[in-house]
Ligand binder design. Sequence first.
Ligand code: S3P
Length: 445
Amino acid sequence: MSSAARPLKGCRSPALAGAVTVPGDKSISHRALILGGMALGETRITGLLEAEDVLNTAEAVRAFGALVVRQGPGAWKVSGTGVGGWRRPEDVLDFGNSGTGSRLVMGAMATTPVTAVFTGDASLRKRPMGRVLEPLKLYGAEYDARPGGLMPVTLKGAVEAMPADYLVPMASAQVKSAMLLAALNAPGRSRITQKTLTRDHTEKMLKAFGADITVEPLADGGEAITIGGEAELTAISVAVPRDPSSAAFAIVAALIVPGSDILLHDVLLNPRRTGLFTTLQEMGADLVIVNERESGGEKIGDIKVRASALKGVEVPPERVPDMIDEFPVLSVAAAFAEGNTIMRGLEELRVKESDRLAAIIAGLRVNGVTVQELEDGMVVQGFADGVPGGGKVTTHMDHRIAMAFLVMGLASKDPVTVDDTAMIATSFPEFENLMGGLGAVFAAG
Ligand code: S3P
């Protein structure tokens, strides 16, 4: 917790009501800026998420020589250098809290002969970068990091890049994406295989920018992605859909605050991102997707949610990558459900903005919820008749822990305090206002 910590309480609230539009998708926002910076021509982005993580990526893309201009709220123009045209930044690149921004930019520069130094805040400097840096060596890149592959990292892009053939060993879209972006300036074709499907925004956007990319399903359920190097990317227009991971907080709040009835507009419904919605429906949530349509190659729709009596479920482990960022808020829904909710296959949560599994379990327990910790997950014992609350949650610089537990306080018997809300600005700066507009009550911590 920094000295400027901003604690806040989520307090029992009246029924939530109204229609909201949450900010743009974080994953797509990062990718639009990075690919825009690597393309030739002017990429025009609308609906960009203007949160700290994404703004740090914009700054980095600028530092590599692209022209990145904000033209209005969410409207940005990126004039790229062309693949291989990035120059050496004049200063250290500070990615703040963002694993996605830093790891994707590492990939994007790894096959261009420039050197850059990557750092971040206290949370990011604890997160493993070796998972990206080691495979980038296959392309000819070199790096120096603190022991354990920790930032600050100096990355030297390959002088004579070569193509790579790599099996991503963990379910990580960031590692996959870094490897795909690096392939763009390597000669020949590179092949990136994943055993578990993860969010595919990089593949989709690469195709839209004109990359030569093919995705082949494998018999074991995985995928082999091949991508042509020495690529030329051509600028496009990107309309960023609304972030389902941000929508998740309003959705769970509406489910647990009695009498609520809300509508969320234009939410991204890519199947690699909607695991939470499916799980909530299995728990008995009155969550209905309407007005489904396509926008910029992604499925989007509106989501209607009404307060519901939830019941505990077992989340199929194979669904975990499709809802990897939603476990903090799912665990809050589980606390209000009748019976147990069993979540397994959560190893990756240990290396998020915090050890998210530990932070969730501690946050639930301090609010009177019984949780059994498993080696790879947890079992949350729900209280259909009301969660006690009253606890103070340590957020460990994790925006999603902060938002999830503020949501818990909206329906628990006593308010829930989170020790620091500062990190919410990394992904969802409008959180307090937008939730307040629906009727959520927050009070100074
Ligand atoms: C992201 C991938 C996921 C996710 C993160 C965003 C992305 O991380 O947790 O919030 O945009 O590629 P991993 O790739 O580490 O699972």
